[in-house]
Ligand binder design. Structure first.
Ligand code: BGC
Length: 760
């Protein structure tokens, strides 16, 4: 009875919610329809135009070039402009000087935090901690909205299996399931449950679609793949963002099935809107429409028309829509209805953000002074960064380092304040980031002595270093010979008790247009590392990187490796927390580390092939393998060590048969068998042994992050239903096929326990 009452209450609430939503939508429709009735064709096209802000200095908004355009009603929104004051000034032009007073939307690449910078997304994903990730997006939204911004070009959910691609740093790695969980967490974090609140912002899932699958890892390159692969392996995170209610979607630069995404009607109309029910608006990537001229699809007028017809609503920077759509309309190449639809969607976004009610909603000067880069946010960023680090090796418990004696900190990334935040940290004040040197110093205080030397430049080649340190992220190249710089460091290192080597990539060595064919630690740094090891002192490699690197030599020779990615504005303190054992590392790789670059793309959820290599084998003639290197990764997906050890029991299955409509439970007991408290990510994988199409050798289907005290055990259970076994078959139907399955639970994708079950 009680249950019935509760359910009735819930139902009433739910339908009340649905009714409220419908009436809100009806109100919005009415408002926009009546506004659009007043709009001229030029005003409508203006709404589809998203220029960059250019250089508007505070107080000078009305005299800027962009001001004129806004006054003429040729601008729907602006991006890359910040501060509540400047945005207020610009908004004022739109709402006071244009005929219809339509407010602008203000976008920015708030990718991993705003001024308080969190780890790069690839690092963040290694926390496998959804509340933490959601919280990081929440803080980013609070800060960005306090500075005038109401729309972010995040999350980036492109699945990436190719470490050569610099933009792997911006995503959540190689796995569709993990990527989907993260996409949802980020959308929730940015948008909250009410977009019109002044501290939530609209998210934009990007880059739709398949950008991470570019050939040879070379940025902006071609993509070509089967639909079965798209639906099963690459689409899920975008779809998850749509299901989480993401307000906007960005097109990708690459082509899909021979048609660049920005003109791909199948992608934007059939898949995104019809199949997935997306009802927000689509923006192109930066000049993506214009680039279709080079793709070879026709002149600007042609490609702009194609783009609108494909279902794209807003044109970033290129002004193809603004400049050509009117003529295309006159020539009958596009319809009035198509323009109206795009304009309506842009206006709806503004409505949902509450901008028609109060165009200055996000321009609260007081908030901008009190809610950005606050001690509380920085504290959370520091704790979050520590969760993103992945301990790759720790022989003889070299780590944690004691806070005593002399610690030599060596390497070009050791005192590199400007490089701590990593790629896409456009709102950061680099000078406020905590370098590793400062982090170590404040952690040890007077208990230990920190000595420092640079030891090497980033790379031997000054030109390469220049390309890899753009956007104010200099590493202040030392013009002495490599030997001189190195020898100075060796002298210092010899006098220490332990050496911390801060090596790897600079911040801009990954990110957009930063593809690499050699994904090792650069030359001079490797030479330095070899010399440091020769001192006979214990060496800890603190690895900065925006992508998986090839570390075969390092993994064989350096006793301890802590991968810290780019941890954000508080990275230096966070690294110190982990190095000294105040925080026990618990990050797990979200992307496979190959042994050599020639194995790439290398990922755990691959197919078996007809000639798989027997387990444990290195090479067999006429099997799928290489002559010169085994098929194994250096570090598999899901891998990461801790300062403690976790023991796994065998798997207990509630039943070996899963029947239609029912569920089974798989459990293991995990025990902390070490001496310190630690967190472990318990991972569930499934393999479908026989299918109507070939199925991956393993697929992540669940995970739980648990914390255990020394000696403590916990049973961890996963429920498995038919839904977990579904995939897109060759008709693109989402089905579970009866038959035999293997289930694995373990500490990473390689080291697992197994059990078998059947789906009936
Ligand atoms: C990138 C996008 C980004 C946009 C706006 C493009 O070059 O591909 O990810 O959101 O610029 O800055």
């Amino acid at each position: 009875m009680k249950f019935l009452k509760a359910s009735l209450f819930l139902l009433t609430m739910l339908s009340a919610g649905a009714i409220a939503q419908t009436s809100r939508d009806a109100k919005m429709d009415q408002f926009i329809s009546s506004l659009m009735q007043k709009m001229t064709i030029d005003e409508k096209l203006g709404q589809l135009n998203l220029p960059g802000a250019g250089d508007i200095t505070t107080g000078q908004a009305s005299s800027s070039d962009i001001a004129k355009k806004i006054e003429e009603g040729k601008v729907g929104g602006l991006f890359n402009i910040k501060t509540a004051q400047k945005i207020r000034d610009v908004q004022k032009i739109a709402v006071e000087k244009t005929r219809l007073k339509i407010p602008l939307i203000f976008g920015m690449d708030v990718i991993h935090g705003y001024q308080t910078v969190f780890p790069i997304p690839l690092g963040l994903s290694c926390s496998w901690d959804m509340p933490l990730i959601e919280r990081s997006a929440r803080i980013a939204a609070i800060e960005a909205s306090a500075d005038g911004i109401n729309w972010t070009f995040s999350p980036m959910t492109d699945i990436s299996r190719d470490a050569r691609w610099g933009r792997a740093s911006e995503g959540s790695g190689e796995d569709p399931y993990l990527g989907s969980q993260i996409a949802k967490a980020m959308v929730r974090g940015y948008q909250g449950d009410d977009l019109s609140r002044n501290n939530t912002i609209m998210a934009c899932v990007k880059h739709f679609a398949l950008y991470g699958a570019i050939e040879a890892g070379r940025d902006y390159n071609t993509v070509d793949m089967s639909r079965v692969r798209m639906y099963n392996e690459y689409f899920p995170p975008y779809k998850a963002a749509v299901e989480a209610g993401v307000g906007s979607v960005m097109t990708s630069f690459n082509e899909v099935e021979g048609v660049p995404a920005s003109a791909n009607k199948w992608l934007f109309t059939d898949v995104l809107r019809k199949q997935w029910g997306f009802n927000g608006f689509v923006v192109t990537d930066y000049t993506a429409i214009n680039e279709m001229v080079d793709h070879g699809l026709g002149d600007l007028r042609t490609v702009s028309a194609l783009s609108l017809k494909a279902g794209v609503d807003m044109d970033m920077v290129g002004e193809g829509f603004l400049g050509t759509l009117k003529q295309s309309l006159e020539e009958g190449k596009i319809s009035q209805q198509e323009i109206d639809m795009a304009c309506r969607r842009v206006l709806e976004a503004k409505y949902k953000l509450g901008l028609f009610e109060d165009p200055y909603r996000y321009c609260n000067i007081k908030r901008s002074k009190t809610e950005i880069f606050t001690p509380a946010h920085r504290k959370e960023a520091r704790a979050t960064a520590a969760q993103s680090f992945v301990l790759l090796k720790n022989d003889h418990n070299v780590l944690p380092v004691k806070k005593s004696g002399t610690i030599a900190l060596i390497g070009p990334l050791a005192d590199a304040t400007e490089n701590m935040t990593g790629t896409w940290s456009v709102a950061a004040d680099f000078s406020k980031s905590v370098s590793l040197l400062n982090g170590l110093k404040s952690a040890v205080g007077k208990q230990a002595k920190i000595v420092y030397a640079k030891g090497s430049n980033l790379t031997a080649d000054p030109k390469l270093e220049e390309r890899a340190t753009m956007f104010g992220k200099s590493l202040r190249r030392d013009n002495r010979s490599a030997e001189e710089i190195r020898n100075e460091a060796i002298q210092i290192a010899k006098q220490s008790d332990v050496i911390v080597a801060a090596l790897g990539e600079s911040a801009e060595m990954s990110g957009e247009s930063s593809s690499r064919t050699d994904i090792g630690i650069p030359d001079v740094q490797q030479e330095l590392l070899k010399e440091l090891l020769k001192t006979g002192k214990p060496v800890v490699l603190v690895l900065f990187t925006g992508r998986p690197l090839t570390l075969k030599w390092e993994s064989e020779n350096v006793p301890a490796i802590l991968n810290v990615w780019f941890g954000g504005s508080e990275a230096g303190d966070a690294i110190a927390d982990v190095l000294f054992g105040d925080v026990n590392p618990s990050g797990k790789l979200s992307m496979t580390f190959p042994q050599v670059v020639g194995q790439v793309p290398l990922f755990y959820n691959h197919k078996n092939t007809g000639r798989p290599l027997a387990e444990g084998k290195w090479f067999e003639k006429f099997r799928s393998n290489y002559l010169d290197v085994s098929n194994d990764p250096l570090y598999p997906f899901g891998f990461g060590l801790s300062y403690t050890k976790f023991e796994y029991s065998d798997i207990k299955l509630s039943s070996n048969t899963l029947r239609h409509g029912q569920e089974i439970t798989a459990s293991v007991t995990v025990r902390n068998a070490g001496a310190v408290e630690g967190k472990e990510v318990v991972q569930l994988y499934i393999r479908d042994l026989v299918g109507s199409i070939t199925r991956p050798v393993k697929e992540l289907k669940g995970f739980q992050k648990i914390s255990l005290k020394p000696g403590e055990s916990r049973e961890v259970s996963f429920k498995i239903t038919e839904d977990d076994l579904k995939f897109y078959n060759s008709n693109l139907d989402f089905v579970a096929e009866p038959g035999d399955f293997k289930l694995f639970i373990g500490t990473n994708s390689r080291d697992v326990r197994e059990a078998d079950f059947k789906l009936e």
